[in-house]
Structure formats: C-alpha cells, structure tokens
Design a protein around this ligand. Structure first.
Ligand code: GLN
Length: 289
C-alpha cells in the first residue's frame, strides 16, 4: 500500500487481497476491516474516501487483513457478532453465533408465547451465551443457569450478560456433561432446557470451511464419532432437568433431527416435528416432558 494512500485506495487494496485469499464479499468485508482499523463508520469512510488515511490506520489495517487472509472469522477480528439483533462479544474460545441458531429462539417464542412467565431456563454449553442471554431479554421475568466446560468461554458469556443487562438473572458456571454427576449441581428442574451442543462428526471437523475447522473451538464442534455423543448425555438427563410439561429445545446438525427425536422419546419426552432454519434444513428439535 503506497505512502499517503487514500481511504478508497486502502479499501481497494484490501478487497484485492481478500479476493485473492478466496473470500466472498471481499469488498464488504474490506469496508468493515477499514472501519475497524480507522474507528470511522462506513458512512464516514464513503464521504472521506479520497482523503489520505493516517499511517496508523494503514498499519492496523494491514494486520487485520493478514488475519482475515488466514481465514480467521470476521467475528473474531471485529470482536463482536450480532445475534437476534443484539451485539455479542466473541473470542476464539466461543463459537461464532450463527443465524441458524436463531431458529432456537424462534421455536421457544412459539412454544412459550407468554413473555411475562417467570421461566427458569437452563443452557447447556453456553459459548458466547447467545441462546440463554437472548431468551433472558425476551422473557424479562425469567432467570437462567448456564454452564460451559471452558473457563475462557464462560468469561465471554459473563461479559455479555453484563453488557446486555441480564447478569442479575443469570447464574453462569463451569460445568462439563462429560463428567459424572455434572447435572446434580444445577438447581433444577427447569421449565426450559436449551442447547447447541457440538454435533459435527469427529472425522468431518477437518473438512469444514477453514474459518470453522482452523479457528473455532473444537470443543464446541466435535460431537464424537457419529456426532451424537452430547445428545445421548443430554437427552438421558432431560427428565431430571426439565419439569413435567416443560420443554427441551436443541439445535441439531443436518439430517440428525430424526435420531435426536428418537433419543428424546427413549428418555420419555415427546418430541415435536423439527423446525427448519432459513436454509430449509431441520435445525431444531423441541421435546416436551
Ligand atoms: N453450526 C456449526 C457448523 O456447522 C456447528 C455447531 C455445533 O456443532 N453445534 O459449523
């Protein structure tokens, strides 16, 4: 990038570098990186396009671009991702919140339409906290317990709970369903259990897109040999964790819905038909106890 380059020139150079790295939407992402590097809004960047950019912005942009060229997810570079219209802090310790997971929120709102209920909600595998914390915003009288096996993830979820103003209604703790007795200290049972557990088959993780395979936490992705390890544990405990009449609503991987519905049924819950995400994939399995 040349000395005294304008914002427009930096934008162009960045878009070229991202395109060469095989990234779609290169110009859009370049704008976001330039905005992050300069502290200017996208609108300001457009109106100041021909002005020379300060050297500090050029250096910052070069570092951000190098990270993106290595296929680090945009959300980690920017430190934030929107979910259900809310800003969630993210780090490489947590899965980037995905639009697919908003199907969990939609399903819950559909099954439990009374927003004034004092629901008690449990989230298994919090990550950023996007499921539990969004639900606490949607149900202002609800309270929640969330666990995650990762200290670093828990720190992010706690920061999000504070920033979103729901920390006083959320008890977030370390917890690992791979360890015996994990479900005993949760203060259950709950009206609602939600989870987006790891569901990728172990052998398939490396074949995911590089943003996911190389940068997202394996702990949040790897669902064991057949992808269903976490669901076996969660469904088996569901009768202890959910009140009679209460719901379990879980995100699932592509083509997993029928098997997960069977796991719920075997545990004594009544699965409903799966809910589809915007891509038409069966993404959420609700089951009532
Ligand atoms: N939705 C993620 C993906 O397909 C996986 C999330 C998960 O395993 N829970 O990359």
């Amino acid at each position: 990038m040349s000395e005294g380059a304008s914002y427009d020139a930096l934008l162009r150079d960045t878009a070229v570098a991202l395109t060469a790295a095989g990234i779609d939407n290169a110009r859009f992402e370049a704008r976001l990186l330039l905005s992050h590097a300069t502290g200017l809004t996208v609108e300001q960047l457009i109106s100041r396009g021909p002005d020379p950019a300060p050297a500090s912005a050029r250096t910052a942009l070069r570092d951000l671009t190098a990270r993106r060229v290595r296929r680090e997810p945009m959300a980690y570079i920017l430190g934030e991702r929107e979910f259900w219209g809310l800003p969630f802090k993210v780090s490489p310790a947590v899965l980037v919140p995905r639009p697919d997971s908003e199907t969990v929120i939609e399903t819950v709102l559909d099954l439990l339409p009374d927003r004034s209920r004092k629901l008690r909600i449990l989230d298994l595998g919090l990550g950023s906290g996007c499921l539990l914390l969004t639900l606490l915003r949607e149900y202002p009288q609800a309270s929640g317990v969330g666990i995650d096996a990762s200290e670093a993830a828990l720190a992010i979820a706690r920061a999000n709970a504070e920033a979103l103003g729901v920390a006083s209604r959320a008890r977030l703790a370390i917890g690992d369903w791979r360890q015996a007795g994990w479900s005993e200290r949760l203060d259950g049972p709950f009206d609602l259990l939600v989870s987006n557990p790891p569901y990728i088959e172990s052998a398939a993780v490396e074949g995911l897109m590089p943003e996911v395979a190389t940068h997202e936490p394996r702990l949040a992705l790897d669902g064991g040999t057949d992808g269903l390890a976490a669901y076996r544990i969660i469904t088996a405990q569901a009768p202890k964790l959910v009140v009679p009449g209460g719901w379990a609503v879980v995100e699932v991987g592509e083509r997993q819905a029928p098997e997960i519905a069977s796991l719920f049924a075997a545990a004594g819950l009544a699965p409903q038909s799966a809910r589809k995400d915007l891509g038409g994939i069966e993404r959420v399995v609700p089951a009532q106890y």
